[in-house]
Design a protein. Structure first.
Length: 100
């Protein structure tokens, strides 16, 4: 079947560049990758991967009393076993990871 339909999409330049770098290394033109993606949508009758909100870190307001107690016990066991890090080190890692 001849390709005769055009697809126009806006995408962040950095995302496009990074993806096309990978596709070029694989020897796959972007148009072929898009065709492959569309064919997978058809085969799966939906997106070919799971789409969901990420798991939230522990949130005390969402925990039952039993869950909170279990998490506190884990923390206490970590302290007893010496599995701790200075807060300054932890915050430095967070700042580095999230660019805050």
């Amino acid at each position: 079947m001849a390709k005769s339909a055009n697809l126009y999409a806006r995408i962040e330049p950095d995302v496009k560049e990074r993806a096309e770098t990978i596709l070029n290394a694989l020897g796959i033109p972007a148009s072929n990758a898009i065709t492959m993606f569309y064919k997978q949508i058809i085969l799966h009758n939906g997106l070919p991967f799971e789409v969901k909100l990420p798991e939230h870190p522990l949130d005390v307001s969402r925990m039952t009393a039993e869950q909170l107690h279990a998490e506190l016990e884990k923390g206490y066991a970590d302290i007893q076993a010496g599995r701790t890090r200075p807060a300054s080190e932890v915050f430095a890692d967070i700042h580095k990871e999230y660019g805050v």
